[in-house]
Write a protein that binds this ligand. Structure first.
Ligand code: SF4
Ligand code: SF4
Length: 385
């Protein structure tokens, strides 16, 4: 069996899409990344933004290679069906890279078995996985900025096997989103500023991964999320059949659990998440915002304990959450804290929280309109087929 036939057999066995590209650079990608960094749209995230020159020139990191075999592998599993109150995005719920790793190992073993040098690469700053996937014809680029395949829509992980084998390259996929634009209004923060352009400063997925204070204007829109956001993926018609094939999760990660477990347990939960410097305070910060958005008065005692934390990041987000919950008990906690607070940062949060609590939990910088996850209409489903 030749390599092309061997890859086709792996595709059939694994429901994946596999293509081949060369190691030529992506000069337009380097330009695109640099212009987004200039415009501030990267939102402080590093990853490929950190080394755009290297990431867009595969031959720099892999001078020995001739071809790159790219795989788009579906990652939905039982428990991933639709459920509006998910607090963790599907890709981050457990180790979704297991199956990708397995598919890439199958490809690698076909190549190694023929005596070729190989290196399996995924989630790695040395390669731009999305442009590679487009050039290798395994996906098309969605208006949401996600890559999509016909079988799985945006619910895919990308990985590559870099090899010295000379393999005929594949043609790019002749598909587009067509007239569909369901992901754009589905975004709770309007982070997709035009088709295919994401302002990472507004994207909840990116915001929850960053260090520091979460912009107060974004906190209400974060809703119950603790890590990641799937709204633009859930709204995407090509991904709907895959979503429907799976049952919803029986339980979701509870923000109270995040705020009461020891660091060791939280590190286990967040094992595959990007957490700045692996400091669990950033995950707890996210959970404080989620708990505030729950509006649940029974969580006030827990939030009051965080309000008295020595960590300003946590006490200031706890103040915000208490103001969000509002009601007389919340106001009493905030007023009492204001009498003894010494941190100017926390004081400012307390003042804003007291005002918000008086308005029923609405903050002055809160824009109107919260978007629930949007289901595609029949017409957009048709358009994207
Ligand atoms: S829907 Fe969520 S993940 Fe998608 S762009 Fe908007 S904030 Fe980011
Ligand atoms: S929702 Fe529609 S426009 Fe957005 S990525 Fe999916 S198919 Fe493309």
């Amino acid at each position: 069996m030749d390599l092309v036939a061997a890859f086709a057999a792996i595709e059939d066995r694994t429901s994946s899409t596999i293509g081949v590209t060369d190691t030529n650079p992506f000069p337009e990608e380097e330009e695109r990344i640099l212009s987004r960094v200039d415009a501030g749209l990267h939102g402080g995230l590093s990853f490929t933004y950190a080394h755009p020159g290297t990431a867009s020139s595969p031959a720099e990191s892999f001078p020995w290679a001739s071809s790159i075999v790219v795989a788009a592998v579906p990652y939905l599993e039982a428990g991933d069906g639709e459920r509006d109150d998910r607090t963790v995005a599907r890709f981050a719920d457990g180790d979704r890279y297991d199956y990708l790793r397995e598919v890439l190992e199958q490809i690698a073993s076909e190549l190694a078995g023929r005596g070729h040098r190989i290196e399996v690469v995924f989630d790695d700053n040395r390669l731009l996985d999305r442009p590679l996937a487009l050039r290798a014809g395994v996906a098309w680029s969605g208006k949401s900025t996600m890559t999509l395949t016909p079988g799985a829509g945006p619910w895919i992980l990308l990985g590559s096997v870099v090899t010295d084998a000379k393999i005929p390259v594949s043609e790019p996929m002749q598909r587009t989103c067509g007239t569909c634009d369901a992901c754009i209004p589905a975004c709770p923060t309007d982070a997709i500023i035009s088709p295919g352009v994401l302002d990472a400063r507004l994207c909840i997925s990116a915001v929850l991964q960053r260090r520091g204070t979460i912009d107060p204007a974004l906190r209400p829109k974060i809703g119950s999320r603790i890590y990641g956001c799937d709204d633009c993926l859930v709204a995407c018609p090509p991904g709907q059949p895959a979503l429907r094939r799976h049952t919803p999760a029986a339980t979701v990660l509870n923000p109270e659990h995040v705020l009461t477990v020891e660091d060791e347990e939280l590190e286990r939960i967040a094992d595959r998440w990007y957490v700045p410097s692996r400091r669990m305070r950033f995950v707890r910060r996210n959970a404080l915002v989620a708990l505030g958005n729950s509006g649940d008065e029974s969580s006030l005692e827990l939030l009051a304990a965080y309000l008295s934390s020595d960590d300003e990041l946590l006490s200031s987000h706890a103040a915000w959450a208490i103001g969000r919950i509002a009601g007389p008990p919340a106001r009493a906690i905030l007023q009492s804290a204001l009498r003894t607070v010494t941190s100017e940062i926390v004081r400012a949060e307390l003042v804003a929280a007291i005002a918000a609590a008086a308005r029923g939990g609405v903050y002055a910088d809160e824009s109107s309109g919260r978007h629930p996850p949007t289901k595609p209409s029949a017409s957009t489903q048709e358009a994207a087929r």
